[in-house]
Design a protein around this ligand. Structure first.
Ligand code: CMP
Length: 136
């Protein structure tokens, strides 16, 4: 039975800055994700704080919000069967040093902060994150 889902993906400032957006988008296409919508934006720190509010008690929260608002990002709505889990598998572990061979973070990530991509971690968060960037 099919279980088509949508998830939010972000190509983070480190990857946009290194001109990896097209290569990363191609990885999604090769792995049978449909890119339903995409846009390049630069968000403010307060928008980043809102986006990452689930992490607000974490010690890395401030740096994380500084970082996501430090340069242009590419946000996308991805669609596929089991998109949330499939995207997390394709991204690999949060820390590129621990990410499996062939995953996006292994291929492109620099550090746990500059890990090139973000993906929603649950269906509920995917809905909220999509709404955050694509309200209209
Ligand atoms: P992301 O999937 O975008 O969600 C939160 C981000 O916090 C995560 O990727 C990392 O880039 C960043 N981060 C920084 N330090 C840590 C940490 N110790 N554990 C988890 N995430 C971290």
């Amino acid at each position: 039975m099919s279980n088509i889902q949508k998830t939010l993906s972000i190509i983070k400032p480190d990857a946009v800055e290194r001109n990896l957006s097209e290569e990363i988008k191609n990885e999604f296409k090769i792995n049978n994700f449909n890119i339903l919508k995409e846009k390049k934006v630069k968000i403010t720190k307060s928008e980043a704080e809102k986006f990452y509010q689930v992490h607000q008690t974490k010690p890395f929260y401030n740096d994380l919000c500084d970082y996501l608002s430090s340069g242009p990002i590419v946000v996308m709505i991805l669609e596929k069967d089991d998109a949330v889990l499939e995207n997390r598998k394709l991204m690999g572990a949060t820390d590129p040093k621990k990410a499996e061979e062939g995953t996006l973070r292994k291929k492109f990530g620099i550090s746990i902060d500059k890990n090139s991509v973000h993906g929603s971690d649950s269906i509920e968060n995917a809905k909220q994150e999509i709404e955050f960037f694509f309200k209209d």
